[in-house]
Structures are given as structure tokens and as C-alpha cells.
Ligand binder design. Structure first.
Ligand code: ZN
Length: 436
């Protein structure tokens, strides 16, 4: 099926003869019935109710709207471009006001854009990553955190802005041959404690084995990037398996810095030339995806396209994490150069390259992020009546444990609350593109 720019969906329709991916596997059903904008039945050979539109889904796959778990949306048209490629939710990982409000308003009022959740301003030290973006003039000024005594105030301000989770940066620059200011261990711990007191997940941007370990030591819930060291020393993989609730590998971003891959574009040309995807990349995104790389500013990261990341090593870490049962989430780190929406299709391919089977890769962009981010109204194809979460869940379940609960279960103790009521129907786009 091809993407469509017409997002209006009839209130009553029957899609038949279609392959149905339910968020974890391909079901045996071949028909999906939608009544009054809501999936009411999934089965085999269902008959259409009177006045329902009938859609022949032969040769296509119906799947939940895709969730990109690591983006940097700047303008509503980035959310619009994402939706064209079947990405119905973008989880943003750094967005200071005023863009935050602009994007949130667009998601709340427009039907032609992906839904939007955000960490708002991420916590970093004065002069720490990514304050260089302010110096370069591509990001407005944003508050930083000087010490643990400022942590509570920083988190409270983000909560007041309505952020959905908290992002913390631990990048000392060493991996990139630089020296950057970085939050102290005590500050990261204080930030995480404050965020958990507000029932917010904490995702840490850590780019190396050492900083990933520091994040886990401080109590981080999840990693917003893959550790890039090909073979992290010691027990890092064990620690990730044991202590990380989930990891967002952002392989497409790593591929952009990989030895022997397609340089800074990270394989953009394949996407631009793809017969099903290329025609739907808007002209501005196309410009970004094809632009030659500008000369980097003096303090930009060293050029890894010549020295290069060992991308095969990065893929091996992904495979081992997957085999160890760490939930992996599909995320692109989408800035315009990586392509909002379209980039997620490449990310899923890279996850398959790392050893996930295709339905497991699809789950990293549907049911798994929905579960990890407590988004109960999406990520699965199922009748609405079965999609409601159990009433605010088993809060007492862990209280009587003899042992401390597994960190991954903390999501059930501190569930993220949906920011607003579920919006039915508009995300149910039978024309969503299939994965190439
Ligand atoms: Zn990012």
C-alpha cells in the first residue's frame, strides 16, 4: 500500500483480505471492522455492516501506527512528514519552549500531523552537550543545571511545562575526542530522584560504555542511545540487561558515523530512491537529506566518516541486548537530515540487520514503545473494547515482594499518565505504508 495524503477515514468500514500485524505478530485474521471510527472486531471473513465502506486489503498489511521513540521535531511540518510515512507518534527527546508549545498545539488540533510527546528541555551542565547548539545559533537559550541543589527546581519547571518524561545528558565528549562539561554523579542522581517523585521516566543520553554505566549507576530508567563502544568492557551488557528498562539504539544515527557505511547521510540515498517511499519525501526534507555536509564548526565532533564507528560492533551489541531480553525501541534521532518518518523504515531495516526478525523489528515501533511509555491507546491492532488498560493496574502487586522489584517493573509502579484522552480513528490509516 502507498501512503496517502488524504487522512480522512470513513467512520464505518470493513477492510478484508488483509494481513493483520497486531503489534507483536501476524494474526490469522483477514478482516478488520471499524464502526464509528473504532475497531470493533478483527476476524476472518467478516461481513460489512450496512452503509460501511468496504476496502480490499489484498496484498497489504494493516499495522498499528508506528511510534518513533527518539526524534527532534522542530516544526509542525516535521510531524506532518512523519505521518505521511505511517509514523503516528513522535517521541521527542529535546525541545525547549517556545517550539514545545507550537508542536503540542499542532498535535492537539491538526489531523495531518503525528502525535507528539516530549522531554522538553533536557538536563545538562553549563557548557555541556548540547549547549554548543546555542553557540552555533541553531537552538534558543535553555536552562542548565549547576549542581544537585538545582535538580528539584529543574524537574519541577519541566513538569510545569507539561513534559512527558525527563531527559538527562551525560556526554563528556571523550568518545568524540573532545572535553565537555558534564553533570556530576550527585546531580544526575538528584535529577532522577526528583523525576521519579513526579512519576516521570528518565531517559539518559549516554554515548559510550562509560557514560551508559554512569547513567545506570545513578538510577536511570532507559538509554536514549546505544552505547557506541564496539565491545564495552566488563559487565555493561549485564548491567543493561539487569537495570535498563529499555534501550533506544538509534542505529540510523550511528550508521551516519560508521566506517564503510554511506557517510553522514546514513544511507539516505536508498530511501530517496525507494520507489514506494521516495515520492513521499517532501521537498524540504529531500533538500536536507541530499545536502552535502557543511564544514563543521571548529568545536564540532571529529569526523567519524574517515575513522568511523565500528558499526558491525554496534550491531553486535544490539543483537546481544535483544537476545538478553532488553526491550529495544525503534528511534531515529530524527533531525531533518535523517528524515522524519521515512528514517524509521531504515531504522527497522537496521534492527533486522542486527538480528531481529521482521515482526520483532515492527514491535520495536508499535507495541514495545507503547508499553514502555505507558501509551495504552496505541501500538496494537485490536478491538477497542479489549484495549483499555486494567484500572490503574496492580499498584499493590510489588508491595509484598520479598525482593526489590525488577527495575523494568517500576513502570507499573510509576506509570506515565496519558497527557490527554485517547484520540480514536485518525490514526487508523489503512493506507499506511508497509515496511520496505
Ligand atoms: Zn537525540
Amino acid at each position: 500500500m502507498l501512503a496517502s495524503e488524504d487522512f480522512s477515514v470513513p467512520r464505518n468500514l470493513l477492510i478484508h483480505g488483509v494481513r493483520v500485524f497486531d503489534g507483536t505478530s501476524v494474526s490469522s485474521a483477514d478482516s478488520v471492522l471499524v464502526v464509528d471510527g473504532v475497531i470493533t472486531e478483527i476476524g476472518t471473513g467478516l461481513a460489512p455492516p450496512p452503509r460501511a465502506q468496504v476496502v480490499d486489503g489484498s496484498g497489504g498489511t494493516l499495522l498499528p501506527g508506528l511510534i518513533d521513540s527518539h526524534v527532534h521535531a522542530q516544526r509542525p511540518d516535521h510531524l506532518a512528514q512523519a505521518l505521511v510515512f505511517g509514523v503516528t507518534t513522535e517521541l521527542d527527546m529535546f525541545r525547549p519552549p517556545p517550539h514545545l508549545g507550537l508542536l503540542r498545539d499542532a498535535a492537539a488540533t491538526r489531523d495531518d500531523v503525528a502525535d507528539f510527546r516530549s522531554a522538553g528541555t533536557g538536563a545538562t551542565a553549563p557548557g555541556g552537550h548540547p549547549t554548543q547548539l546555542v553557540t552555533w545559533g541553531v537552538c534558543p537559550e535553555f536552562p542548565t543545571v549547576s549542581g544537585p541543589e538545582q535538580a528539584e527546581q529543574f524537574v519541577t519547571a519541566r513538569v510545569a511545562e507539561g513534559v512527558d518524561y525527563i531527559k538527562v545528558f551525560i556526554e563528556d565528549g571523550s568518545f568524540w575526542g573532545q572535553s565537555r562539561q558534564v553533570l556530576s554523579h550527585a546531580t544526575v542522581e538528584a535529577l532522577i530522584t526528583a523525576a521519579h517523585a513526579h512519576h516521570k521516566l528518565v531517559l539518559v543520553h549516554a554515548d559510550s560504555g562509560a557514560t551508559a554505566r554512569a547513567a545506570l549507576d545513578a538510577g536511570a530508567d532507559a538509554l536514549a542511545h546505544h552505547p557506541n563502544d564496539p565491545d564495552p568492557a566488563g559487565d555493561l551488557l549485564d548491567r543493561l540487561t539487569q537495570d535498563a528498562r529499555f534501550v533506544i539504539p538509534t542505529l540510523k544515527m550511528s550508521a551516519a558515523f560508521a566506517r564503510g557505511r554511506s557517510g553522514a547521510e546514513g544511507g539516505n540515498q536508498d530511501l530517496l530512491d525507494h520507489s514506494d517511499l521516495g515520492p513521499y519525501i517532501d521537498s524540504q526534507t529531500r533538500q536536507f537529506m541530499t545536502a552535502p555536509r557543511p564544514s563543521p564548526p571548529a568545536d564540532a565532533p571529529k569526523d567519524f566518516t574517515t575513522t568511523g564507528l565500528d558499526f558491525a560492533g554496534v550491531l553486535r551489541i544490539t543483537e546481544r541486548l535483544h537476545q538478553a531480553g532488553v526491550p529495544l525501541l525503534g528511534g531515529t534521532d530524527a533531525i531533518p537530515v535523517f528524515g522524519h518518518g521515512v528514517g524509521l523504515h531504515r531504522e527497522l531495516e537496521l534492527l533486522v540487520e542486527a538480528g531481529l526478525i521482521p515482526t520483532e523489528a515492527l514491535a520495536t515501533a508499535t507495541s514495545v514503545p507503547a508499553r514502555c511509555f505507558d501509551l495504552h491507546d496505541r501500538g496494537r491492532t485490536r478491538p477497542r473494547t479489549a484495549s483499555r488498560p486494567p484500572a490503574r493496574r496492580r499498584r499493590s502487586h510489588h508491595r509484598h515482594h520479598r525482593h526489590p522489584p525488577h527495575p523494568r517493573h517500576l513502570a507499573q509502579r510509576h506509570p506515565l499518565r496519558p497527557r490527554r484522552l485517547p484520540r480514536p480513528a485518525r490514526n487508523l490509516n489503512p493506507h499506511a505504508p508497509t515496511v520496505p
